[in-house]
Design a protein around this ligand. Structure first.
Ligand SMILES: Cc1ncc(COP(=O)(O)O)c(C=O)c1O
Length: 429
């Protein structure tokens, strides 16, 4: 089970293996950062060139009527299929951060839920910042920030107990960014409902990797980005799902003209659109919308159930190798062992994680370059994307991790985190 041949056989039998050729790859490089920024699909490159040359270059303003005004809805419909909800329950546009602000502000402006905000320590910082900011605007009691004493698992009993004691509007990431912990969505939605609460789910690390059925999991509101496993491109527009029954009671706190029922009447009075489009704000980012379309098309074609099946097998094999070859060298698994509790990325740690990451990225003596992701204090994340990562890639990565520590290769790299950009210390040269 732990030799190269086994991994190559898994690739030969993989029903999704042909999707790899839909993406652009670099020679001698294994990309394992699909949970941060997914790869560029070949078709996206073609489509954008066509849109630039013809729709923008030639047709100019006429393209709004010919192609552009319907584009956000066209993509929303595709996302609704992936999430198994109605097409008029999904809207595309803005960023996850903006959508979270909009929807929580909107919820706080009604009396549907108690005015208590909450989240947990495993959530992505932007969600915490947004909640904290809204908390101040609405002059509420402190955000209920639930802590578990470690960064891998949510203590579900503690979480439920907190929702019961302090009911209100909670925000959780379905798959957590650091450890890949996956929450039991339906179970928690039912619990929240029982205590007059709602969970706004951030699906950023789950969409495109997990088979999420929002209908059967009784979710009411979800947000998320499309630049990770959805391969929508850097800063690609976000998606938001609002269940129809709830939508009727909500209004948009940012009244832009695209949320108006008839934007091109240029009416001075704001009349919100009747459907989810009332959550639109300004002019849609057409190039970004086109850039994200092929990613969703490929995902729908591959089928999310097959993607999840392959993802579980890949993470399982990765963990098996890790336990056998890397744990004796001081590496630790920082993701849940149990498959029902984890997403598609695997996080590990080591005392020398930063230097190990540098060694992976730079390669040595013509060895393959491996692109993972570093997260403080000492986590290395491997975002394994079933649409383009092979089983063989995982075998090669573990072998490199083994060699880097066994041969003390990491010592060639400085432990100091150099800033390549004033905001980031990652080194992807
Ligand atoms: C769970 C989660 N939410 C939100 C974001 C970022 O949101 P935005 O697209 O607004 O930058 C990320 C980014 O990695 C994330 O992992």
């Amino acid at each position: 089970m732990t030799n190269l041949k086994t991994f190559q056989n898994l690739d030969s039998n993989d029903i999704l293996s042909h999707f790899r050729k839909e993406f652009i790859h670099q020679i001698n490089e294994i990309y394992l950062d699909g949970n941060s920024l997914g790869k560029l699909p070949r078709e996206t490159e073609k489509k954008l060139t066509e849109v630039l040359r013809y729709q923008w270059g030639k047709r100019l303003i006429r393209s709004w009527n010919e192609n552009w005004l319907d584009l956000p809805e066209k993509i929303a419909e595709k996302y609704s299929k992936l999430l198994n909800v109605k097409k008029d329950e999904v809207i595309i546009g803005e960023s996850t951060s903006v959508r979270l602000y909009q929807i929580v502000h909107s919820l706080l402006s009604t009396d549907i839920y108690p005015k208590q905000l909450g989240t947990d320590i495993l959530n992505f910082p932007t969600d915490n910042y947004i909640l904290d900011g809204l908390n101040k605007i609405f002059s509420l009691q402190n955000v209920n920030l639930i802590k578990y004493g470690q960064e891998i698992f949510a203590d579900l009993n503690l979480l439920k107990d907190q929702i019961k004691k302090k009911p209100g509007i909670y925000c959780l990431s379905l798959v957590t960014y650091k450890s890949s912990f996956l929450y039991p969505m339906k179970n928690l939605n039912i619990w929240a409902e029982k205590f007059k609460s709602i969970i706004v789910w951030d699906l950023s690390h789950a969409i495109g990797a997990i088979d999420i059925d929002l209908k059967s999991s009784e979710a009411k509101i979800c947000i998320g980005c499309s630049y990770k496993y959805m391969n929508g491109g850097p800063g690609a527009p976000a998606f938001m799902f609002i269940k129809n029954e709830l939508l009727k009671k909500l209004s948009n706190p940012i009244r832009g003209w695209f949320g108006h029922k008839k934007p091109f009447n240029f009416d001075l009075n704001y009349i919100p659109d009747e459907n989810i489009n009332r959550f639109s704000i300004g002019t849609p980012p057409i190039l970004s919308l086109y850039a994200m379309e092929t990613g969703i098309d490929i995902t729908l074609k591959a089928g999310i159930k097959s993607i999840r099946k392959k993802s579980l097998l890949q993470t399982e094999f990765f963990i098996t190798l890790l336990n056998k070859k890397l744990v004796p060298l001081g590496y630790n698994l920082e993701s849940p062992k149990e498959k029902s509790k984890r997403g598609a990325h695997i996080t590990i740690s080591h005392k020398f994680s930063w230097q190990i990451c540098q060694a992976l990225i730079q390669g040595i003596n013509n060895s393959v370059k491996i692109i993972p992701d570093f997260r403080p204090p000492n986590f290395i994340r491997f975002g394994i994307s079933p649409l383009y990562n092979r089983f063989e890639d995982l075998f090669i990565v573990v072998k490199r991790l083994e060699d880097i520590v066994a041969g003390k290769e990491y010592m060639n790299f400085n432990s100091e985190k150099k800033m390549l950009h004033k905001k980031a210390f990652r080194n992807y040269s």
